[in-house]
Design a protein around this ligand. Sequence first.
Ligand code: GAL
Length: 678
Amino acid sequence: MTKSDYTSLRMGVDYYPEHWDRSLWEQDALLMKQSGVALVRIGEFAWSRLEPREGEYDFAWMDEAIDLFGSHGIDVVIGTPTHTPPRWLTTKYPDVLPITPNGGVFQPGVRGHRCFNSRSLRRLGERLIEQLAERYAQHPAVIGWQIDNEFSMLDSQSEQATEDFRDWVYRKYGTLERLNQEWGTVVWSGEYSEWNQLTPPLGGSPYQNPSFLLDFARFQWDSIVDFQQGQISAIRRHCPDHFITHNFHSYPQRLDLYAVGEELDFASFDYYPNTSPEKAATSPYSGALSLDITRGIKRQNFWIMEQLSGSPGGWMPMWRMPQPGYIRAYVWQAIARGADTLVHFRWRSATVGAEQFWHGLIDHSNVSGRRLAEFVQTSAELQRLAPLLGQTSPKAQVAILMSPEQLEALRIQKQADSFDYYENIKTYHRVLTKLGIDCDVIDWRQPLDAYQVVIAPHLYLLDDEVAERLSHFAADGGTLVTTARTGVKNLQNVCEMKLLPGLLADCTGVTVRDYDPLGSDIVRLDDREGEQFACSQWADILEPADGGRTEVLATYGGSVFFAGEATITRHEFGRGETYYIGTHPEESYLRGLLLGIMQKVGIPYIEGLPASVQVSVRSGESGSYLFILNLGREPRRIKSLGAYSDVMRGEGLLSGKLYNGHEIELEPYGVEIFRLIL
Ligand code: GAL
């Protein structure tokens, strides 16, 4: 197996051989094979079984499990087990345990009790991983590795983290004078005169120096990257042909997704869309965003390393069971947005441990039922369509910029009640998704050449590099959409003494004369046709630049003293144009605005997509494939979108019925896939 094989379209399951009696393994592997399971992920929590006592390794059970899967033609991905250091280790090397901001110890017993800065953890973890890598490098069934499990920032303030933080700050600033200057520590007598006075943010109060808090977060993110790198190097030394990935989860995470992704071959995501009926209107859209974010981590296709298989529970009261068709529909949603391989969590519900009620494909009874049957059907469909869909991917002309630094800085200093960076990104993304527009969500520092429209919400921290890139993008003919709270600070989290939007004032053709942090208060917004909308969160009062090239698209209305003042503008800049949205308008206004932009630029969109129906395209050398998904409980109808052949139902792969000008019926959780006929 070479690295390129991770682009195959196929399905697998997460399996924990160490949780089950040995007598079950054989029948599990057999049933997996019959069910269309092409691969399993194992091992990611199994440290106490792989190394029961320090330096005493036991790989016999893993050999046996991997051989067994191999003998059934099932590939294996090994997870490195550093998410769960065993008790012998945490007892003998307590530095492994994170120290919480209030000085408490994050005790073992649940999981995730590992301080990324702990040298014992790195040393013992890498030693074990090195052994695993050496042992399974040549095993024909082993294809790749998952590093740790679901990274997130822990705020660990251990002694080692303190020492590493000082080094990190020293490397960044060099002298205490410069540090004091850049962080503005003069406020409240926070100046440092000796390096040993510098500690992590003890106490965890958010009311500390914001520059210090942001740098501490960046330091923690770098620590995770370093921690991961030790493992990657150990694996690559022995397994140059194996892939390495990590399973990201639940956005937004306080984590530099892009830095973690850099050394990985591809990103993976753990996808648990919410099954509750009251989330039905929002969950398919936040799910779509999560998938697009994951694709954006490396700007390429990705895997789902854990996919919902039954009612989640255990960490909370159980969610509703997935309705018939739900499991299949969400598999296809992930594929439509760029997933190639999907691994279902988990094969069978656990009978022991904390996650007994996070349901797998098979229930505790071990009697297989409806959910496994749906997996079998979906896997068969995927195998049938893999020759067409393999090597295709979504190709968007619109991008939304995302930044872990903005997220963190806006968490440290919330700008107004109800103003939420990630929720606002969700809104823009949802508006595009409801218009059937494919959209990439990428790191704010990425090149923008591939796009015609770039939406850059709340670039609160801004530097010359990004400001110039965005300005060039617009000057060269792109359309740039910026919003309130742009250019407020430099990267040290220090306010700029500039008229907002600071470094983007020229490019946007506006300045902010005044602002009102509206919070949850609603203000009227009037468009140029006199139509009235609502806006909230924030109100920038805009001053269009002289020279007449800035057009006012909307003003405030109603009884506020700034009624009649500009809130949304459009500016011609070079060969392109820029929009500045100085408030958070209700969704219907944004829909009209973005639709107008797409019409102008010539990006296709669909008006009137019914609620819960999502449409997206994957394309490549084999053609362009349109996915139409009904992610809701009600049947829906949509008008066909051109000339397509039905590949989902087609008898030969490329035969099937032509749809042109017909209506397509979508059953609840219905999935249709068409190939564009040119
Ligand atoms: C994920 C995790 C899995 C399992 C699953 C269900 O977050 O990686 O190990 O716990 O959730 O809770």
